[in-house]
Design a protein around this ligand. Structure first.
Ligand code: GAR
Length: 189
């Protein structure tokens, strides 16, 4: 079976979706670690409950991003794939070079539209009638890199931004585990 590490910064609902999708030993995917940049984030509690080893890295304790990323690389067990699921940092060359073509990211909009931290709100405010969810390989840019999977979400008339966020998250919780599974089964990883 293949192993993954999940990077997350906050709530961790997508981390939880991955845990549940790959809970059965015959799923073919083992989550070997959670990497989190905030020790008090709810995702840390979710990992503890799930029995997933936790690596917390407080970037403020390091001189720069490269040093923080070197600390992550040195603590990470060997994994086949890194999954960014709500990891609110731009990766630098240290992590990118350590896992070439082995890092994917989840984004709550149809890239290349609405990159950044507030993709759901930005799409809603713009008034688009179709937005969605993207999973893509990570490169040095902000939410750039080759697209692996997308799913559209229609913004119905009268939908509040909270309604839209709920729809987006429900789609994410399906699409991210399915995409990890497909990459691994397709031999891409
Ligand atoms: C998700 O909606 C993810 O797409 C988004 O953060 C959320 C994390 O939620 N990521 C980005 O905006 C990256 N630019 P979660 O912690 O409940 O999984």
């Amino acid at each position: 079976s293949k192993s993954i590490a999940v990077f997350a910064s906050g709530t961790g609902s997508n981390f939880q979706a991955l845990v549940e999708a790959f809970a059965q030993p015959d799923s073919g995917v083992v989550i070997k670690a959670l990497v989190c940049d905030h020790a008090l984030a709810p995702v840390v509690g979710k990992a503890a409950l799930a029995g997933v080893p936790i690596i917390t890295v407080d970037y403020r304790e390091f001189v720069d991003k490269a040093a923080a990323e070197a600390a992550i690389v040195s603590q990470l067990p060997e994994v086949d794939l890194i999954v960014l699921a709500g990891y609110m940092r731009i990766l630098g060359p240290t992590l990118l070079a350590a896992y070439p073509q082995r890092i994917i990211n989840l984004h709550p909009a149809l890239l290349p539209s609405f990159p950044g931290r507030t993709g759901i709100e930005d799409a809603w405010r713009y008034g688009v009638q179709i937005t969605g969810v993207t999973v893509h390989f990570v490169d040095a840019g902000i939410d750039s890199g080759q697209i692996i999977a997308q799913e559209a979400v229609r913004v119905e008339p009268g939908m509040s931004v909270d309604d839209l966020a709920r729809r987006i998250h429900a789609v994410e919780h399906q699409l991210l585990p399915a995409t990890v599974q497909r990459l691994i089964q397709g031999g891409k990883i």
